[in-house]
Design a protein around this ligand. Sequence first.
Ligand code: BGC
Length: 386
Amino acid sequence: MLRGVRLGILTVSFVVFIGAADADAPGGQPMGVGVAKAEFGKTPDGKEVDLYTLTNAHGMKAKIITYGGIITELDAPDRDGKMGDVVLGFDNLKSYLAGSPYFGALIGRVANRIAKGRFTLDGKEYKLFINNGPNALHGGEKGFDKVVWKAEPANTQDGPALKLTYLSPSGEEGYPGNLTVHVTYTLTNDNELRIDYSATTDKATPVNLTNHSYFNLGGPGSGDILGHEVMIAADKYTPVDGTMIPTGEIKPVKGTPLDFTKPTTIGARIDKLKSDKATANPGGYDHNYVLRGDNKERALVASVHEPKTGRTMEVYTTEPGLQFYTGNFLDGTLKGKNGVVYKKHQAFCMEADHFPDSVNHADFPSTILAPGKTYTQTTVYKFSAK
Ligand code: BGC
């Protein structure tokens, strides 16, 4: 359908030659409701990677590959009901393997940064791979975004789903404990992409999971996201040092360009968040928001509206933090789906998770999972149009 929207008349050939699963059946009910599986290639060590397409009753689609649990495509309706892709990504596995800035991927064992890649737990110091300046970022050298997950498709009452499982062995990327991780993507018939995470361990370990989708509600080829209107239900944020590690302070957003308590376009104040050569900061939003409430229950924490297409995305989560990132490091060197070159501020991420470097900040909500306990988190991206 996406190709149909973009290329007009070519829809017909696409549907005829590639298969009926993407076509609408007579009577308006989209065909292919449920989960379809296809091959997506092999990793260099010979592991097969599959692509699962989840289609809900309204024809919304989510394409997910077993490599990194990556969402490669997400089709959501615009105000005319036309479906269009709203995430950045690549057409093929080779490009993901060659180096992706975490497009659409599951992030773990610990999302965001850990200062100097070190932490102490139960009296023992652990050392992690340093992959971001002096710090560890997004799970290390080979995080959960670069492993092949076991997949089990299901048709649930809420909509088509894909349950992914990964067993992270003790010592992997320097982390203690064998960690069993389950992530279920459900594309509900309310046009929500719901992500339910759970994990258990046999030794205390930090765990902080998230999804790193890069959204552009106008479509990945529509230019920058500066005209998107954003609301973030957060009065505070965690300031960082020059290496993006929290100083430990929790400061109000009021009176700063970070205040999105009232819907404001991303571009309205982004220039105030200047680039800084000394710290290699390209400028733009890349901040952890302290969400309101205790966030034990799923709560609306953000909404984004794209005025041209009318697409709106609401974010709900059980997590205490939201990393709002405006694709500052996209620099035009990556060519994505349909040949689109990804430039600075061409997408935004809303990564619901715990605060950066929590493992080294005793007063931040804890990321430590103990044996016998179960880590859970749920984040929902809900789509509509107005
Ligand atoms: C971080 C950015 C980082 C990006 C990597 C985000 O979660 O906040 O600083 O550059 O991930 O793609």
